[in-house]
Design a protein around this ligand. Sequence first.
Ligand code: SF4
Length: 211
Amino acid sequence: MKRKITDLSVRFSENFILNMIDCTPDSPIYETAMQELKELEDRAYSLIRPRAVAAWGEIDREASSDGIPEGTKALFTIATLGKEISEWSSCLFREGDYLGGMLVNAMADEALFQVDTAVQQAVIEMSRSMNMGVKQRVEAPNDIEMVSQRLAWEVTEAKEEIGVGIRSSYMLDPLKTNCVIYLLDRFCSEYRTAHNCKNCKAVHCKRRMAE
Ligand code: SF4
């Protein structure tokens, strides 16, 4: 079973984007940053090309560990924004527009988060149709070996489906691409697709939930 998801749209909250770069209303550059954000927003929307693919498979020996044995059933997902948005952000940094580069990068991160939420919904629908629950959401390198990204890339056929490549380090290309693996269980009646902040090393994440 495989599903390609292309009907994805993103919408930014300007205040939240500014908050992501630690620019709060009491900051002396808040008005300047808000003005620049408004100027960059339309182009960001046009350069973000969100797409994702989810496919059913099994954890292989290389990606397995004590907690995630070989043969565990899973839905492998890869979501990307395409390369244009990160190229633009890098270009702004190169030209010395650090505020612009940070704002575009924050918009891309927020877009990827929204795409992740849409993918979670697709995963719930797919697992429900297979009469399986989602027992755990795992991401490399915190919860599972990095080599799992290659497995996910192969299972989803991400190159052909959504134009995502992979490097020898198992990093996905383009930069703004996420790989999430959802472990399935026939005896689990829940769909635990949400972010698990407990093991996450993104200490500055503005969406971190209280533990
Ligand atoms: S801190 Fe939580 S919300 Fe932020 S990326 Fe990590 S798991 Fe996701």
